[in-house]
Design a protein around this ligand. Sequence first.
Ligand code: HEM
Length: 571
Amino acid sequence: MRSMSIRVTVFVRAPGICGSLGIQPQKSLCVSAAGAVVDGKIEGGKGAVREVRKKGVDGRVRRFEEIPHTGRNGWVNLVKFWREDRFRNLHKHMERTFNTLGPIYREKVGTVSSVNILLPSDISELFKSEGLHPRRMLLQPWATHREIRKHSKGVFLKNGEEWRADRLQLNKEVMMSAAVKRFLPLLDDVAGDFCRMLRARVEREGRGEEKKRSLTIDPCPDLFRFALEASCHVIYGERIGLFSSSPSLESQKFIWAVERMLATTPPLLYLPPGLLLRIGAPLWTQHATAWDHIFTHAEARIQRGYQRLSSSQAQGPPAGAAGGLYTGILGQLMEKGQLSLDLIKANITELMAGGVDTVCTVPLCVLAFSLSVSPLIPSSVQTAVPLQFALFELGRNPEVQERVRQQVRMSWAQAGGDPQKVLQGAPLLKGTIKEVLRLYPVGITVQRYPVRDIVLQNYHIPAGTMVQACLYPMGRSAQVFEDPLRFDPSRWSSSREEGQRGEGGGFRSLAFGFGARQCVGRRIAENEMQLLLMHILLSFHLSVPSSEDLKTTVTLILQPETPPRITFSKL
Ligand code: HEM
C-alpha cells in the first residue's frame, strides 16, 4: 500500500509566547488513515486524508476555539500591530504566522476577527459556501461624504438576487468575450500611444548611440497615467489627454485628486493616535475633498455621455454597437437602457473607483473602537502597481523576457494587427500577469463570510465568520507552488496547470477574487496590462540597475516600498 503523510495541526494550550510573533505554539502530528498517530506516517489514499481533515484525529470536528491563534486579546494585538508596524507588513506577518501555526489560524486585531487560510482546497471549500451578500458596509467612513453617498447608493444598498440581476447586466458589458472584443481596440490605442510617448522620451533624454538609446527611470507616474487614461477610455469612451504635453486643467485636477487621495489614505489608517489627533482633521478634509473631486469628475463624464447619446438618438441611427461605433461601457449601458440611470451612474462610478475588499483597522481606534472597512482603491492604481512589478521581474529575468518577446513577435507577425489575436497567440503574456499577481497580489487577501457552517482543516467555522484567503502567503508557499520564488510565466500554461491540479487546484490564482463578487474590472485590467507589456516588449529591452528583491509594503494594496527603476533600451 502506498504510504503518505499528512500534517495535522494540534493546538497545544501551552501558556507563553512563541517567538517574536507572540503566538501560541502548536505541534504537528502525523496520523493514520484510521485516525491514530503512527510515527509521523499515514497509511491510506486521498479519501482517508479528506476524512481525517474533516473529522480530526479522534474522529470529531474540532471546535472553533481550538483553531491556533495569535492571542485572544484584540486590543493587545492592536498595540503590537502599531508597535511593530505590522499593518504595513501584514503580508510578511501572515506568512510568518502560517509558517509557525500551520495552514489555518485566527487573529483578532481591535474588534476585527478573522480566520486566515492558505491552502487552495480550503479556499475552494470557503467559496462553495459564499452567499450573495451585498458589498458589506462598504464606504462606511466615507459614506458621510456627499458625492460618494449620492453615487453609490444604487449598488450598495441592493441585496441578494436583486443585486445579482443588475450585476449580470453589467457583466455583459465588461466581462463577456463579446464586450472584451469591443473594448480591446480602445485599450490597444492607449497602450500604443504610451509606447510612442516613451520612445520619444528615450530619444530625447536617453543615452547612447542614436539607434540604441536607453533611459533609466521610475516608470510609476507614467504607468499611473496610462492606467487612468486607459480606464477612462474604456469606461467613458473618451480620451482625457493625460499623455499630452499640456493636459487639460480638468485632467490635471483629476490626477491631483487621485494622488492626494492616495497620499492621505495611509496616514489616516495607520498614524499612531497622538499624531492623528493633532493632524487628523485637516488630513481627513483633504482626503474627502479628493474623493469628492474624483466622483465629480465621474459625474461630469456621465452627463456628457448622456448628452452625446441623446443627441445621437435624436439624429437617427444609434451611436452604440448597433451603429458600428463603440462608445465605451457607459454608452453601451445607456443605449441598452436595461438599467436605470441611477444604477448606471452607480456602476460607472464604482468601476472608476474600483474596490478591493481589504480589511483594516481604521483610525477610529483612536476613539477606542475599530471597524472593518472595505476601502476603495481607484481601479487605475490597481493596474499600475502590478505593471511596475511586471517590468521589474521581466527586467531582472532577461531569459524569461526574451522568451515572452519571441512569442509576442511571432504572434504579432501572424495576427495582422488584430490585438485580440496577438494576445491569443502569446499566452506567456497572460502567464506573466498571473505570475506577477501570484507573487505580488494587489489585495493580499480575499474575504468571505460563509452563509452556512463549514469545516476547514478539521475545525468548525460558524456561518458569518470572516474568513480570509491569504493570497500573498499562498503565492509563496512551497505547499502550493513548485519552486515558488521563481518567476516563471510558463507555470500557468494549460498543460502544466493541469498537472498541478490537485484538490482545490483551480483556486491558486485568485488575485481578482472569485464567483459572483469577483472583480468586475478583471477583463479590463488583464487586457490593459497584457497590451501594455506587448507594446513595451516589441519596442524596448528591459533591464534593472539592481536585481535584489523588492521590499514591499501594504498601504491598502501591496506596493514596492520604493518604486523600482527600469532601464528601457530601444530595440
Ligand atoms: C490588477 C488589477 C486588479 C485587481 C488585482 C483587482 C482585484 C479585485 C479584487 C480581489 C476584488 C474583490 C473580489 C472578490 O471579493 O471576490 C475586486 C473587486 C472589484 N474590482 Fe477589481 N481589481 C483590479 C482592477 C480593477 C479595475 C481596472 C476595475 C474597474 C475598471 C476594478 C473594479 C472592481 C470593482 C467595481 C470591484 C467590486 C466588485 C463587487 O464587489 O461587486 N478592478 N477587485
